[in-house]
Design a protein around this ligand. Sequence first.
Ligand code: BGC
Length: 760
Amino acid sequence: MKLNKPFACLLCLGLIVNHVIAQTASQLNASIESKVDKLLKQMTLEEKVGQMAQVSIESLGGSNGQVFTFSDKMKDAVINYKLGSILNSPGPLQAPQDWNRLITEMQEAAKQTRLKIPVLYGLDDIHGVNYASGTTLFPQEIGQAATWNRQLVHDGGVITAYEARAVGVPWTFSPTLDLGTNPQWPRIWEDYGEDPYLSAELGVQFVKGVQDPLGSKEKLVVSLKHFMDYSDPKSGQDRTDSWVPEHYLREYHLPPYAAAVKAGARTVMINSGLINGIPTHINKHILTDILKGELHFTGFIVTDWQDIENVYRRDKLTKDVKGAIMLAINAGIDMSMIPYNYKGFCSDLIALVKEGKVSRGRIDDAVKRILRVKYELDLFNTPVTLLKDYPKFASAEFQRAAYNTAAESITLLKNTNNTLPLSKNAKLLVTGPNANSMRSLNGGWTYTWQGNMTNEIAQQYNTILEAVTNKFGKDNVTYVQGVAYKESGQYYEDTVTGIDAAAQAAANADYVLLCIGENSYTETPGNLVDLSLSENQLALANAMIKTGKPVIFVLNEGRPRIINKIEPAAAAVLNVYLPGNYGADALADILAGDVNPSGKLPITYPRYTNVLVSYIHKPSEGDSNPQGGAFKPQWPFGFGLSYTSFAYSNLAINKNSFGPDETATITVTVKNTGARDGKEVIQLFISDLMASFTPDVKRLRGFEKVDLKAGESKTVSFKVPMKDLAFVGTDNKKHLEEGDFKIQIADQSATFNVTKTVTF
Ligand code: BGC
């Protein structure tokens, strides 16, 4: 709810018309290009600049209680200023029918303009269409990544697109492809984890699920965000400076974006922070040279929230907003996301063009890109889509898909003496601030920006307490909250409501289900000063441990909060991340053994607040350092247990030596050696054993999730092009060097060599 954003910051300080998969200039659709050129020729400078402006809905009307209505301000913006785009939720959660009405009214206004160019509405569909009531909400991206299941992520994209078109909004500001390398950063849960390969693979699936085939009434345009390296600021705080050499940017942060642009992503949003002291919004090298040049991106670039103004107000680079507009547009920004003052943007940009400070060519390029995407979406023929034409909206089929994603995301991190699964008549004490909260299960970007209304809005879904009570029976479940999140103030503040009462209740239980973690948040309000679990929650955990009853930890958190002081005494640990509206049902099924857990960590779970090293690191930070490396995570990247066991055998590679243009075929057999059916994620890691640039200890180069019945075996094969094993050197080029490489899959390993050095 961006309406509240400044306030919050103050508080905390069917018919497929065009099948378009346009990627590179040579692949653009000729008929669309000629329509774009024809339209552009008719446009005045004012009309062009209008297309480049996007304003937030709350500046265009108001709500009387729950329902938002446009005022004449909307007509002024669309008819007089010819704005190209509107974004955001107006504040109160709108029903799909209300969205339909608003979009219809907006497009009717657009029809009153001389050229009748439809307005492109954009919303943050972060885990489903989270700004409309009644939609299907999935686990947040970190949980989706924990499934390691491409198909589930793809299908989540298909459903999100379908429901977004039912609502009438054809543009989503997702997926987030920032790497979750810095666990302090408040948006780590909005990402697919810390690995570039995993992020790229899942990001591509989501883009395809949402966009393909673009032009269909069931599809949307995505916006990859936030290009790039937003996620690893030196301070760990949101929207700050990242210190990173370009070869690291290219090695780690660029590949997920490159893969998603190649898969056809049509819009890209920019990093709100700085890279090496330069606000990314004015960084021509990143926006124009790399994104539009090297990646051949032919869609358009949109800023993040108020970020041109930030160049002036926050970053102190210019003497006024106009100067910032000049720098940003010249750097390659095509559309400016302006919360309120779009009139100033339009008049300043028109003046800059007249003064010769922004070229007409740059304006034409920006507008062409925006019109191209509007044609590709078929917005000119279908400016409005309506709920009545989307019968599968919020269907049982869609809800099942969200449940399945949650069930495959939940990660079993510890299970001493097979504590889990529990017998169905086990007596449970359920406790902790996350035990009875839909808000903490969903996280931010849920009904409102900070997700702070979810307990009121999502009452028809089950909290952990409700799902566990349904599963184990009312007579077997006792609830004492123990610690509660505060309703106001900082999102992470909690208060003791009865630790002694919880300890007393534990006396009558067989097990304690300790539900701990974080409340909902996103962006700057989610900044944190200490990654450790809160003092009150640690006290509750210690009190539960002291009872002598087996304590099962349920971690419900957006980022890994440090628990090294209490983890050794846990009987079992399950990480549910932010699993969405069906997450508690999935958890209850896992506790009872009706579902066998198969999630794996998409991030490293750190043990110490001062050692936030990701699994991608140099040997000096790891075990092979003779003086002892610092990398001793609580649980490593890729880790996750099952109720069954798997054995690996027969790792084989088709040859021992490869030329740089060759591709290796690697096979391995995995067998379910336990008594239960289960799913296993086979992870292929490869290490470059020696190079002229210190190699990472190991890197993920492939994964597959397989479903194995008890006793069943499968042989899985991976194709790895040698060129994928190259590193980016300090010359910013890729180098594949001759020498030995090691393959590791679970406990199996093998070596091979590359015969020739190449640079590309
Ligand atoms: C966030 C973006 C989001 C945009 C529009 C910004 O504050 O950083 O992720 O897409 O707002 O709501």
